[in-house]
Design a binder for this molecule. Structure first.
Ligand code: SF4
Ligand code: SF4
Length: 216
């Protein structure tokens, strides 16, 4: 059936008078309202970029990686990448061969995908990825929007506000001091665990023998 126009007005609808049909009085009323706001009320707009807004500590700006003594806190566990809804995070770990088992060989966040949800910060067991106060980012190309370690790593001293806010606000939320960063957590390694010692002292051979026997 072809479309048609129906007049849905009812007979008791008020008719517009002459001035209302002109619209001009309403236009001047609107201008008067704007003028009153401009002259009598405080200004909320800022002359960006000369004037810039400094967000509160709980603000979720772009995610950054915490750097301590020149090294990332991150142990490349991949949890943040798993939790990230738009799959903005990717990384590759590398074996550190020391008391800290792994670190990211590369770590990237695609800022065009990031929705600033803060899930990465919530799941990180090392408090290694946190939300910063940086909100103004511009890119000339899509490639530029992919931030690597060189742009993600920020020294912990420059992130004190957020780290303290996390300890202050998140700990009560979880009922105990779960959010306070513990450096010991950052140095765990299989190499130094009892499992590692057991493997070296013949455990590995025992497993291999068992697997071979099962396959025979
Ligand atoms: S803030 Fe959200 S979207 Fe952005 S990297 Fe973290 S988890 Fe992904
Ligand atoms: S969750 Fe934390 S420790 Fe794990 S890979 Fe992400 S930033 Fe690194």
């Amino acid at each position: 059936m072809p479309g048609r126009i129906e007049n849905t007005s009812t007979s008791n609808e008020r008719k517009l008078n002459f001035w209302e049909r002109l619209y001009l009085p309403e236009v001047f009323k609107g201008l008067g309202y704007s003028f009153r706001k401009m002259t009598r009320e405080p200004m909320y707009t800022m002359e960006y970029p000369e004037e810039q807004w400094y967000p509160p500590d709980g603000y979720r700006g772009r995610p950054v990686l915490v750097e301590e003594e020149g090294r990332p806190r991150c142990v490349s566990c991949n949890l943040c990448a798993k939790a990230c809804p738009p799959m903005a995070i990717s990384m590759q770990s590398r074996d550190m061969g020391g008391h800290k088992e792994r670190e990211p060989a590369w770590f990237e966040i695609n800022m065009l995908r990031c929705i600033y949800c803060g899930f990465c910060e919530e799941v990180c067991p090392e408090e290694a990825i946190i939300m910063s106060k940086e909100y103004d980012m511009t890119f000339q190309s899509r490639d530029e929007a992919v931030f690597g370690l060189e742009r993600l790593l920020i020294p912990a001293e420059r992130l004190v506000d957020r780290l303290e806010w996390l300890a202050r606000e998140k700990n009560p939320q979880f009922g105990e001091q779960t959010w306070a960063y513990d450096p010991d957590n950052n140095t765990h390694s299989l190499r130094e665990s009892s499992l590692s010692g057991w493997l070296e002292a013949g455990g590995r051979q025992a497993i291999e023998d068992e697997v071979a026997a099962a396959g025979a």
